[in-house]
Design a protein around this ligand. Structure first.
Ligand code: G3P
Ligand code: CA
Length: 292
C-alpha cells in the first residue's frame, strides 16, 4: 500500500515537473537581461573606464558619473592582487594611476606584488585632480555594487582566472546581468565553459582578418569589440554575417562615432559618454535619410 502510494507520488511529481520546469530548448531561447541588452536593436553607448574624462578612470566616482549620464554599459578593467582579489585598475602596474611609488618606493610596481590590504591606502584620484584626493582603488565587487544600481557592467578581465570572476558574479547573482570581455580568448573559452549563458565580448585589435573572425567562434562571444580605426564597412558586414554584434573602442571623435553608426556598429565605447549620448545615434536615421 505504502509502495503504491510512493509510486503514485513520483508519477504525479514527474508530471508536475514536466509541466513546470523549462525544457533545455526553452532555456536556450530565454535571454538573460544582459544578452537582451547586447542584442537590442539600438546603438549602445558604453563608458570606457567609467566617465573617465570627468573623474579618475576605473574608480567609483567615474562609475557613478557614467551611470548618472545614462550610459547603457559602464566598462572597467581588473587585475588580481597578490591574494587573488579582482581589483579594478587598467595597468598591471600601479604607477600611472596611484601614488604607489610614493608609498612603496621603487617603480613599475606590479598590482600582483601586493595584497588587497597593502593596496588599501593608495590614492587613485589625486593624479587626476586635487578634488579626487583620497579616492581608493575599488575592488570588482565594490564596483559592481555602484554600476549595477543604474547601468550594466562591462567587465574587462586583464589578469586572473575565469573561475574567480565566475564565482564572484555567481555569489552576487549577477551572471545574467553583466557582460564579460577580454583580449585573451582562452580566458573567454574557459568562462564560456563555466557559464554558457553569460554574455561575452571578444576584444581584438589590428587587422580584422577572416581567420580572426573564424577564431571568435570558440570563445562563445555574442559581441566582438574591435579597435575603432581598424573597422570598415566590409569588416562590420562580415562580423554581422557571422552572427556577432560589433562594438568599437575607443571612440572620442564625434564624427567618427557617426560614421561607425552609419556602418551599423552596435556599440560605441567612449571616454565621453555624455557627448556620444547627445548624438542620439540610431540605425533608423540613415534608413530614413535614404528613403527621403
Ligand atoms: O573596451 C575595450 C577597451 O577598453 C580595450 O582597451 O586598453 O582601454 O582596456 P583598453
Ligand atoms: Ca578596457
Amino acid at each position: 500500500m505504502a509502495r503504491q502510494f510512493l509510486v503514485r507520488c513520483s508519477v504525479v511529481g514527474a508530471l508536475l515537473l514536466t509541466l513546470v520546469a523549462p525544457s533545455p530548448a526553452d532555456e536556450a531561447i530565454k535571454k538573460s537581461a544582459a544578452q537582451a541588452l547586447v542584442t537590442a536593436d539600438r546603438i549602445l553607448v558604453i563608458a570606457h573606464r567609467g566617465d573617465s574624462k570627468v573623474a579618475p578612470e576605473n574608480t567609483l566616482p567615474a562609475f557613478q558619473s557614467a551611470v548618472d549620464v545614462g550610459s547603457d554599459l559602464v566598462e572597467l578593467d581588473y587585475v588580481h592582487t597578490k591574494d587573488g582579489v579582482p581589483l579594478v585598475i587598467h595597468d598591471d602596474t600601479l604607477d600611472r594611476t596611484t601614488n604607489a611609488r610614493q608609498i612603496f618606493g621603487g617603480e613599475k610596481i606590479p598590482v600582483a606584488s601586493k595584497t588587497l590590504q597593502e593596496l588599501a591606502p593608495l590614492d587613485a584620484g589625486e593624479w587626476f585632480g586635487k578634488n579626487f584626493r583620497g579616492t581608493r582603488l575599488p575592488t570588482l565587487d565594490q564596483s559592481l555594487d555602484v554600476i549595477q544600481r543604474g547601468s550594466v557592467t562591462l567587465i574587462e578581465r586583464k589578469k586572473g582566472d575565469a573561475k574567480t570572476c565566475y564565482e564572484l558574479l555567481r555569489s552576487k547573482d549577477l551572471l545574467d546581468e553583466v557582460v564579460v570581455q577580454a583580449f585573451d580568448w582562452d580566458f573567454l573559452a574557459d568562462f564560456h565553459q563555466l557559464a554558457p549563458h553569460v554574455a561575452l565580448g571578444a576584444l581584438g585589435h589590428d587587422e580584422l582578418t577572416d581567420a580572426k573572425i573564424a577564431a571568435v567562434k570558440r570563445t562563445g562571444a555574442t559581441v566582438v569589440g574591435w579597435q575603432q580605426d581598424q573597422l570598415d564597412q566590409a569588416g562590420v558586414n562580415k562580423l554581422h554575417d557571422a552572427g556577432y554584434r560589433v562594438w568599437a573602442w575607443t571612440v572620442d571623435n564625434l564624427g567618427r562615432a557617426d560614421e561607425l553608426a552609419d556602418m551599423g556598429v552596435n556599440g560605441i565605447i567612449t571616454n565621453i559618454p555624455k557627448q556620444v549620448k547627445a548624438l542620439d545615434l540610431a540605425y533608423e536615421k540613415k534608413a530614413a535619410a535614404v528613403a527621403e
